[in-house]
Design a protein around this ligand. Sequence first.
Ligand code: AMP
Length: 284
Amino acid sequence: MERATRIEEVRRRLDPERNAGRRIGFVPTMGNLHAGHLALVARARAECDLVVASVYVNPLQFGANEDFDRYPRTLEADAAQLAEAGCDLLFCPRDEEMYPNGLAEQTRVVPTALAEVLCGASRPGHFAGVATVVAKLFNIVRPHVAYFGTKDYQQLLVVRRMVEDLCYDLEVVGVPTVREPDGLALSSRNAFLTPDERRRAPVLYQTLCWLAEQLRGGRRDFAALEEEGRKRIAAAGFRPDYLAVVGAQTLAPPSPGERELVVLGAMYAQAARLIDNLPVQVGD
Ligand code: AMP
């Protein structure tokens, strides 16, 4: 696997490949890789001629009081895992390469209202930071296909919408969430859980499963369901952030008869905020 830290190096490496008609798959990450990230790489490996991954902890998407400084940075271990998974090129830029004019002076992508609800309501500016860095990475790598986890469902929708609205000539593929045997979605932030919190953390997924079951069983009293779900999370010793049943494409409260739904949740442990979601297809 080759490694590049400069934008120019990535372009020099990929331009001839693109010109030769090779299909380039791209997996953007913030590193500290686990089996969830590697599922994206495996999918890219299976579908593309050339696999590019990025490892970059993007300061623009972190709020002032969030975990940017202590976000786990494990570049050498990440590079070893990527090489093993068949990645061809790793792009791991420094902040000066990505934001040469500084964060305050950076031109930004303004996402739609999709970015204002759920995680966007709890993390103002987060999705603008995500959309901006993803736009830059797309312009640097110019992939044919980009792979994102459905674990970050709202992020996937924001990116898909940006690709459509800004006319990016690429396909966005969503890859199902990889979970621990007890249901907890793999996340770099799970490392911040105490052993006791880790034992109780599957309550988020369990609550989403319970909600999905209620919906499939015909319940449509969304507010009551969300409230009951929040109680389950609180009873397990976590502070619920949000729990929501929404339309799978709109992230808005479901309209009567809407069949493609998603239940999403976020909760706070002592030193981590965890998110998860579950798609739900309901009958009439
Ligand atoms: P991150 O490094 O957290 O920014 O994640 C990079 C990519 O990996 C994003 O597209 C995430 O949605 C995806 N991802 C993170 N965790 C998982 C997981 N447990 N299963 C599948 N994809 C994941």
